[in-house]
Write a protein that binds this ligand. Structure first.
Ligand code: KIV
Ligand code: ZN
Length: 394
């Protein structure tokens, strides 16, 4: 409920609103089964996410069933469903979320000129619709989130007017979506700052940020919005989402943790559970994680070049700003390739149980480099074969 949310925000918390099961699942081809959705929701709850947007109940019978069951089974997180700005959507959403320990209705309408043109509503007609639908939602549920879709391309005066109407009608969270990933960090911060400064009643609601990654700025924009006063970040695991995706949960959570010196906010997320849920979401959505993806990519804690491997073997902080264990990884990996140096080769030999003298190491190193020029990655079996061929194994 919002008073709890405001209390958390007062205590320096940024609420994490995960929409993997709603906006994430909207990625073409990312559909998840009912059982998979329940599993992901349970992992999100266990890792300490504050709000789970479990789906869009009116979209299909399957979505309705998944949101209802997640609502019934979730212990801690608030369960939210999405609804367009009409009474039928909102009623259906409430039917799905109402059994949750903490239910939330999230209703939205596109407020920018391009989006107003679709239902062909004037500003006055849209204002009336917002008043009617938010009031209806609030009569059903004490926790109501309202979003002006495409907020970052909406005229300031109209945006301000709609947010004021939604707050007066009872919205408890105001989410400001950058629906098409158009905004830049300085604008993102300024927009939230100005809304909070100029809107009557702003101090009684939570402002949220919901960014898309079309220009690769979703994480930066979300953190900038926090700087401007937003206290809820909407995000998805692995940044799954429409087009280039949504803000990645693992990125904002780890950024707030690692750079707490300049962003002094906490989250309730147990970061050691990040890798497990990242892998599971990749599997069930069928969207593999790119190798160089921040935090969860295969290479995020891997070092191949000789200088980096040597540095890592002496002091991990030389090339790592987080510990692998902080995100649930067993350790750093030092894959052997053509850029690797003697220090990493010696370390690998020791791990494999080979204690070689310096002259033997030099010889193995020459042959290792020849092999690495032909192969992308040199595996443990390759190293063992090199040692055996050289006659240095024990
Ligand atoms: O990107 C968007 O505008 C949305 C809304 C439904 C909040 O996902
Ligand atoms: Zn979105």
């Amino acid at each position: 409920m919002t008073h709890q949310d405001l209390k958390k925000a007062d205590d320096g918390r940024v609420l994490i609103f995960d929409t993997t099961l709603r906006d994430g699942e909207q990625s073409p081809g990312a559909t998840m089964s009912h059982r998979e959705k329940l599993e992901i929701a349970s992992m999100l709850d266990e890792m300490g996410v504050d709000i789970i947007e479990a789906g869009f109940p009116i979209a299909s019978e399957g979505d309705f069933a998944a949101v209802s069951e997640i609502a019934r089974n979730t212990k801690n997180a608030t369960i939210c469903g999405l609804a367009r700005a009409n009474l039928k959507d909102i009623d259906r959403c409430w039917e799905a979320v109402k059994h949750a320990n903490s239910p939330r209705i999230h209703t939205f309408i596109g407020t920018s000129p391009l989006h107003r043109a679709i239902p062909n509503l004037t500003q006055d007609e849209m204002a009336e619709r917002i008043h009617e639908t938010v009031t209806h939602a609030r009569n059903l549920c004490e926790n109501v989130q309202w979003s002006p879709m495409d907020a970052t391309r909406t005229e300031w005066d109209f945006l301000k007017r709609t947010v004021e109407i939604a707050i007066r009608a009872g919205a408890t969270t105001i989410n400001i979506p950058d629906t098409v990933g158009y905004t830049a960090p300085a604008e993102s911060a300024e927009l939230i700052r100005r809304l909070i400064a100029e809107i009557e009643g702003a101090e009684d609601v939570i402002f949220a940020t919901h960014c898309h990654n079309d220009l690769g700025m979703a994480t930066a924009n979300s953190l900038a919005a926090v700087d401007g006063g937003a206290r809820q970040i909407e995000c998805t695991i692995n940044g799954l989402g429409e087009r280039a995706g949504n803000t990645a949960l693992e990125e904002v959570v780890m950024a707030l943790r690692v750079r707490n010196d300049i962003m002094p906010y906490s989250t309730g997320v147990d970061t050691t559970k990040i890798m497990a849920i990242s892998r599971r979401v990749a599997t069930v959505s069928g969207f593999p994680v790119q190798f160089n993806k921040a935090i969860v990519g295969k290479n995020a804690f891997a070092h191949e070049s000789g200088i980096h491997q040597d540095g890592m073997l002496k002091n991990a902080e030389t090339f790592e700003i987080m510990r692998p264990a902080d995100v649930g990884l067993a350790g750093t990996s030092l894959p052997l390739g053509k850029h690797s140096g003697r220090a990493a080769l010696r370390d690998k030999l020791r791990t494999l149980g080979f204690d070689v003298a310096d002259n033997q190491l030099n010889d193995i190193f020459v042959r290792f480099k020849e092999l690495a020029d032909r192969k992308k990655e040199v595996f443990d079996e390759d190293i063992e074969a090199l040692v055996q061929a050289q006659g240095a194994g024990e």
